[in-house]
Design a protein. Sequence first.
Length: 510
Amino acid sequence: MPFTLAAVVLVILKLCTALALVGGAWVIVTVLRGMQPRERASLAALFALSLAMRLYAPASPHDIYNRADGAMWNPWPDFDRGLGFAAFGQVVQPWLAAWRADDLWIYDRVAVAGAFVPVLMVAWLIILDVSAWVVWPAALLFAISSPHVRLSHTDAQQLPALTFLWIGLAAWALHVRAPRWFPALVTGTALACAGSARLECVTFPFVFVAAAFAAQGLTSWRHRASIAAVLLCFAVVTLHTYGMVFAGTWNPFEYTDNPNANWTQHNLWLYGYRQLLIFDPAYTAPPIAIATVLGMVAGPLPTRLRMGVALCAVGLSLSMPVWSPVDGAAFSLSRYQVAATPFAAVLAANGLAAVYLWIPFGWARVTAITAALASSATRLPMAFEPSTLSAEYHFIRDTLRTLPPGCTIVHEWWTNDQGLMFPTWLPPLLNLQLNTVSIRDWCGEPAGCTIYYRDASCLVGAHDGPMCSDYPSTHTLEPIVEADLPRRQWVYDQYTVSPVHVGFYWIQKP
């Protein structure tokens, strides 16, 4: 083990992750014991629906291929944008890697983490003794939440952090019922993991405080276990944040050169309410958005809890702005605000419960609630469309298995986050005897078996000139395998042609 600040924090986060995951399982088992058989069956069906939808949705490896090196092949990564996911991946990898023999296990583990959030929502609300007309619709709405389904096996950092946030909420609710060391430490470790996932996630412990205070006030905060949990969370998150800002390879200050402009040019002012995920019709059906607003002012939720949940939903939407030059046109942009969606689902369910109580006729009640829930699913067809980046990743992965052993693959290289950088980790991960080298580092003289890969990003309309080199236009290349991919933007990859052409080409045959 290298004795660096990043290595020390990683070890601490791995211990916190293990305890938080065990604690999360304990929370669910504890709640299941108090349920009736029908409720247990409903919870199992909810989890099955949540997991199936997240595994079915197309995986686009945007943040995963950028941020997963510590979880995939580097046992001692630097801070980069956060060590929380590296710790999470290294803890759960032995349990999930056996599911699939290739790199897709990295998607599975994030999908499984995301699928547990509706279950933890049910646990938290039941412990708080909230009306069943809020508990189950809220969990169902989040289970089919379009942005969360899309991102639940894609975004490597925010979604496990969101799961840990809800483990902390549920564990704390049990701790308030009967103050004990174990649930308090589960809360502290879960929030330490949540707040250390990425720089933006440092807000999660504050979100927890708002939600926990709204639900149960200051009960049990003076217990020794509570104080220990708070200090543990504060120490880990502070140490990790310090390492990211001052000791890591990423410079977060590049986003704060003009703090005044960051606020005056906030996308909320530039693009209006559509920039808030919980109200944007691209992600949230209008009836659900209306129910969310209604749930802020009416419904069976206690007033203080309702206001606290509203603060979490709107606050997370505002504190995690969408930094993008593409004006919210890509689904991946929602990853900055996806943490707000479970709180918004609670508010929407509260609003639907208010409607249910206002309507005097039973058949009309059922019709109204069913129609509102069904409208939420209208966002899903858009969410299930695979991106060009996702299609290119699968094309590369499948083609690599067919290439002759010992070949060298020359690929393009760029610094901007404008598409899929060639996944150099795939050959060792798939146990393939292939070498990879970027065209900027290649000597230019083919030796033995040499192959050139033309990236989809070569067709991105970059503002500062061509993304790729002119190598194909100055050399004669023989196609090995080519593909025409659909033009579907993911984040910053705005392609100039349709379809998007990619391929592997012989520079020199073996």
